[in-house]
Design a protein around this ligand. Sequence first.
Ligand SMILES: *[C@@H]1O[C@H](CO)[C@@H](O)[C@H](O)[C@H]1NC(C)=O
Ligand SMILES: *[C@@H]1O[C@H](CO)[C@@H](O)[C@H](O)[C@H]1NC(C)=O
Ligand SMILES: [Zn+2]
Length: 320
Amino acid sequence: MVPLQQVTVGMLAGVIALVLFSTADAQHGSWGYTGDSGPSTWATNFPNFCNGQKQSPIDVSTKTATQKSFQPLNFKGFDTPPADAQMRIKNNGHAIQVDLLSKTGKTDNYQISGGGLPGTYNVLQFHFHWGSEHTINGKRYDAEMHVVTYNAKYPSASEAAKVSPDGFAVLSVLLEATSKTANPGMQNIVSQLSNVQNKGMNYTYPTSFSINSLFPADKANYWRYMGSLTTPKCNEVVVWTIFKTSLKISQAQANALKTSCYFNPAGDQEQQPLNNNYRPTQPLNGRTVFDSSNTSGVPQLAPTVLALFIALLSSTALQL
Ligand SMILES: *[C@@H]1O[C@H](CO)[C@@H](O)[C@H](O)[C@H]1NC(C)=O
Ligand SMILES: *[C@@H]1O[C@H](CO)[C@@H](O)[C@H](O)[C@H]1NC(C)=O
Ligand SMILES: [Zn+2]
């Protein structure tokens, strides 16, 4: 006969293991863009914070956006790659991502500031969704690039993710397959897709390229709102900047994104095509979307012109 104590201890260990496992599973639970782990399950599986009130992405309604003038955005390291920069592209099973590494451990190689951002932000990585996550007046673009940054006043990105709404800033570039020729910046990504076909694969670039090559020329016009990370746990810590001018890529480049990448859903060995890796748009819930319009100095002149016009009207009225 097996002593009762042994059975109990053994069973208890089993139960504890089971509980620990399921807790871990719920916390780091698998999520994806299809089926049982798709975006419609995130709010339930990740109640902190995917069922919040300030979620991303959103549909930007350009007619209801509020005009606001911002200082120019500043970009550090975007034109010419810093000397000790190292870029590594990888397939993380959810997206294709380029990590911005430093051979000497620097965190401030690439930074953004200005543009109404509440601080200076260190750039971590950029990655791609196809199709786009944000939609503009209901229009979904072929793809969207997110440049993920965290507020340099925090010691690390994970600290920044815990706290206030100013923890992260994400720059969004919408990609549109309307160019007859391949976009040279995008070609840096497309040309390496065969090296990162499956989840977990990565490739370190022998030479870093200019991040600016993936941006539109006009970086003064954008939409701005407060939202969240668009993947679990959906932390509501992001100042969003969505550039109005899209990056024009070729249809072949868009197709390469859509057909070259694979992932293996939890528990499955088999790799499946990774596509439509975007979260549907979330309710605005009363948030303001700002329109940074900066068209040839018109915003600055407007009050003067209006004053003159009113003055003219009044004097005309008096004469009547
Ligand atoms: C507005 O545009 C002008 C001309 O392109 C530029 O010099 C200025 O820096 C821009 N302002 C902002 C706030 O981006
Ligand atoms: C990159 O891939 C190698 C295998 O080729 C792997 O050992 C390594 O952990 C990967 N690194 C990252 C950061 O994914
Ligand atoms: Zn993203």
